[in-house]
Write a protein that binds this ligand. Structure first.
Ligand code: KOT
Length: 829
């Protein structure tokens, strides 16, 4: 603290030397300086956006000071570096997070008070960097926070999308997408790193020549065009430890020489067109539903950022005068799903073609460098590239992949003689129908370790999706259950809860979340439970205020807040939730349900723009909301709200206010889920299936503190095999019948029988995700949750135990496991 040179400042009439740049005075003076010199306005003419920007700059200055010292110490100690390669980093707003991690929030608040600003209002001006779709991208962001907090030397590598995830509007119950112009007013959190610029080639053909001396074949790639990669660095501060890691995102630009050449031919417009085409590579984040024409561009994105990143590592390796043969000792590269797995072929190309290392040694280095994390079991999400697209874009890489495959299949033929079907399944090239490059197979073959993201998921990978590979390389497979950072998801999201926890536990839990177990001492303390309940109601009040402000809807903070926020997907089953609400509606209307405690059902999440079914699920939720909100018999008991444009910052408002956390995916389909962990930390009780991380949450919190329902993964698999008939469940359940009939007959939608006809038909005829099979048991678990909620002491006890036992789900624990089992990094240096 305060070792940096003090800033001398003039603010209107006063001139004060700030002794401590983390004090309120120091912050206020730095704010005024940035207002003049960076924003360029007299402070009295500034608007809230200006004020946010001035504040962001002064906070960044303080992060930068720690950054320099961190980089210096890394270079000095020649540390092993983790490179986390991810097509997505869903960071969320920086300002308050950076302040929290630096420990300057109180000073900044004081400075704002003196200037008559509200820090939270000013922070609300920050556009959220939405460079991710959901769980996978958010996990990468949590891991960056934890790696820095645990002082793991790490670089995050990804793409600097000009347009992040689309902004969602709900119009007449339907999702409408808008572009996300997050860079419109500049981004104070990034710094271009000119020394790191790279060049990435595409297309063309390959040639071989004979080495004059050795007679060996030398491969040469003659590309059709190259694109420039410009690095933008975002500093990631650790929690109160003066450590800062780097998130390096690549922006695609046209090569300078490129336009010059054409320009010399007098084709100015042609030069501009080429420039535009190069720049489309990092233009937009893809939602997970790419069409045929998007495929090529997405592969270009993946190769572009992966190649830039590996070239950057090689550059830094050589800068430190390390021998290239020792590459794997210096760099541990983690592949966040298969999106960067082309890196395996790229490193082979760099080592063999450019560094002229022999194949066997290059392969040993490559395998020792990479680790692969799988995030999904859904077969449609396993990446496969049509061979023609792949080969035309990356002609050298396809040759390398053929060679990896030839050697690999030779090994497999020796290991599993005669088993031709197995060889065909394991091949890196799929031959069923159109030929394809199978990226998951490449990732497993080219990595030293492969992990799933929750116990069940990792088991299912071994038993099913990657069974052949598990049988070939059993020691390569492991599990690392996901985690989330308690700094953002508890401390930032819920300051009053944080204050209460600090009061009774001290602050050790900030970096050792297992310390929350100390809360269990209060589980029978009526006074404390009462405090707990009041605090929860205040959280609900705060969310209520926000919803009143932004949507002009009033919520009842005494009602149970029952929340499902996540991407909209059939397997996540938001429609099961909606059908259950329709069941409640019918039972209230018929007079069967009388003393129902009031409930507020909150939904949030985006549907992929071309995922018609998911968009219909949103419409269903909104239709149910309108129905129950208008009916005088139900409007005080049931309220259903779809909160538009779910995001990290909206999540931070929602998790603390939840009573019940909806984790209702079809068993075996959600790899892990991470929202469940954010709810748990904030004291929400879960209703859920035995899927993903739910299983481990239930294990930790105890079965009596979790509302379990539904078929298990083995039961689902069995039903699938035996031939599942959703209509049988419809016929057996009077309530389900009433709901489905009502939906078909237009009873819930002002007589409209058409809108939901495809959904009803699908659920009764196909129902891939077993909504019909799980409906009755879900309703049973829901009614149990409702009953217990009426016993507020009992509920508070459950809620408190959820927080107390959430220690395992800190991303600090996950990162420790990655260090131990995958990266081989010793944390007690
Ligand atoms: C998307 C496309 C291809 C492969 C995987 C994905 C993917 C998986 N995107 N998000 N996920 C989620 O990742 C989270 C973090 O591990 C999990 O918690 C969640 O269950 C996955 O669905």
């Amino acid at each position: 603290h305060g070792q940096q040179p003090s800033e001398t400042e003039t603010s209107g009439t006063t001139a004060i030397a700030a002794q401590d740049n983390r004090s309120a005075d120091g912050i206020r003076l730095a704010f005024l300086r940035h207002m003049r010199r960076t924003i360029g306005k007299p402070v009295e003419f500034s608007n809230t956006l200006d004020q946010y920007r001035a504040m962001a700059h002064l906070v960044r200055d303080r992060v930068m000071d720690d950054w320099i010292t961190t980089v210096e110490s890394y270079v000095q100690h020649n540390v092993r570096v983790v490179c986390y390669l991810s097509a997505e980093f869903l960071l969320g707003p920086h300002l308050l997070n950076a302040m929290l991690n630096l420990g300057i929030t109180d000073s900044a608040e004081k400075a704002c008070d003196e200037l008559h600003y509200s820090l939270t209002q000013l922070a609300d001006e920050e556009p959220e960097p939405g460079l991710g779709n959901g769980g996978l991208g958010r996990l990468a962001a949590c891991y960056m926070d934890s790696m820095t907090t645990l002082e793991v030397p790490a670089v995050g590598y990804g793409l600097r999308y000009e347009f992040g995830i689309f902004r969602q509007e709900i119009r007449d119950g339907w999702q409408v997408e808008h572009s996300d112009k997050w860079l419109e007013y500049g981004n104070p959190w990034e710094i271009p790193a000119s020394e790191a610029t790279q060049h990435v080639s595409f297309g063309g053909h390959t040639e071989t020549t004979k080495d004059e001396k050795t007679g060996e074949l030398i491969w040469k790639w003659v590309p059709a065009f190259t694109v420039k990669g410009v690095a933008y660095d975002t500093p990631i501060p650790g929690y109160r430890n003066k450590q800062v890691n780097r998130l390096r995102l690549w922006k695609a630009e046209a090569e300078d020489s490129f336009d010059l050449e054409i320009f010399n031919r007098g084709d100015y417009m042609g030069a501009v067109r080429d420039k535009m085409e190069s720049e489309t590579i990092s233009k937009v984040l893809y939602p997970p539903d790419e069409t045929e024409q998007g495929k090529r561009l997405r592969l270009m994105q993946q190769y572009f950022f992966t190649s830039c990143s590996l070239q950057d590592m090689v550059r830094l390796h050589k800068l430190q005068k390390l021998p290239i043969e020792k590459f794997a000792d210096k760099w541990s590269v983690q592949l966040n799903d298969t999106h960067p797995s082309i890196g395996i072929a790229e490193l082979m190309r760099i080592l063999t073609d450019e560094e002229e290392i022999g194949w066997d040694e290059a392969w040993t280095i490559t395998q020792a460098t990479f680790g692969y994390t799988n995030h999904t079991l859904l077969p449609e999400a396993l990446e496969k590239w049509p061979l023609p697209i792949f080969a035309s874009l990356l002609p050298r890489h396809i040759e390398i992949i053929y060679e990896i495959n030839r050697r690999f299949l030779k090994d497999m033929q020796a290991k599993f003689p005669g088993d031709t079907a197995r060889w065909a399944r394991m091949s890196l090239i799929g031959e069923d129908g159109e030929k394809q490059v199978r990226m998951a197979n490449l990732a497993v073959v080219g990595s030293k370790m492969v992990n799933g993201v929750a116990k069940l998921h990792s088991e299912l990978l071994k038993e099913d999706t990657l069974k052949d590979f598990y049988e070939a390389f059993p020691n390569r497979f492991t599990n690392v259950t996901n985690g989330v950072t308690p700094r953002r998801w508890l401390m930032l999201a819920d300051p009053p809860l944080t204050a209460l926890l600090n009061e009774v536990l001290g602050t050790a839990w900030h970096t050792d979340l297992y310390a929350l177990r100390g809360l269990e001492d209060y589980v029978d303390d009526a006074g404390f439970l009462d405090k707990w309940r009041k605090r929860q109601e205040e959280s609900k009040g705060r969310l209520g205020d926000f919803i009143k402000r932004s949507m002009d809807v009033s919520l009842n903070p005494a009602s149970m807040f029952d929340v499902q926020v996540k991407r909209i997907h059939e397997y996540k089953r938001q429609h099961l939730n909606a059908l259950h609400i329709l069941g409640l509606y019918c039972r209230i209307k018929s007079g069967e349900l009388k003393d129902l405690p009031p409930r507020t059902f909150l939904f949030g999440g985006k549907a992929a723009p071309s995922y018609t079914y998911a968009k219909l699920m949103i419409k269903l939720v909104c239709t149910v909301g309108e129905l129950v909100g208008k009916d005088p018999q139900t409007k005080d008991l049931l309220r259903v709200l779809f909160v538009p444009d779910y995001s990290v910052s909206l999540g931070q408002r929602i998790y603390p206010a939840a009573d019940l956390s909806e984790q209702i995916s079809t068993a075996g389909k959600e790899a892990s889920g991470t929202g469940c962990m954010k709810f748990m930390m904030n004291g929400a009780v879960a209703i859920g299936t035995l899927d993903g991380a739910n299983i481990e949450i239930r294990e930790e919190v105890g079965e009596e503190n979790f509302f379990l329902f539904g078929l298990t993964a083995p039961q689902i698999a069995e039903k699938q095999k035996a031939g599942y008939r959703p209509r049988d469940f419809y016929e057996k359940s009077p309530l389900l019948r009433e709901v489905m009939d009502g939906l078909r007959d237009g009873r819930f939608s002002n007589g409209d029988r058409d809108t939901f006809a495809p959904l009803v038909r699908d659920l009764l005829e196909v129902d891939r995700y077993f909504v019909m099979a799980d409906f009755d048991d879900y309703a049973r678990a829901q009614s149990e949750a409702g009953k217990i909620f009426c016993d507020s002491k009992k509920w508070s006890r459950m809620s408190l135990l959820n927080t107390a036992r959430s220690g395992k789900f800190s991303s600090d624990r996950s990162i420790r496991e990655y260090c131990q089992n995958i990266w081989k990094i010793n944390l007690d240096r």
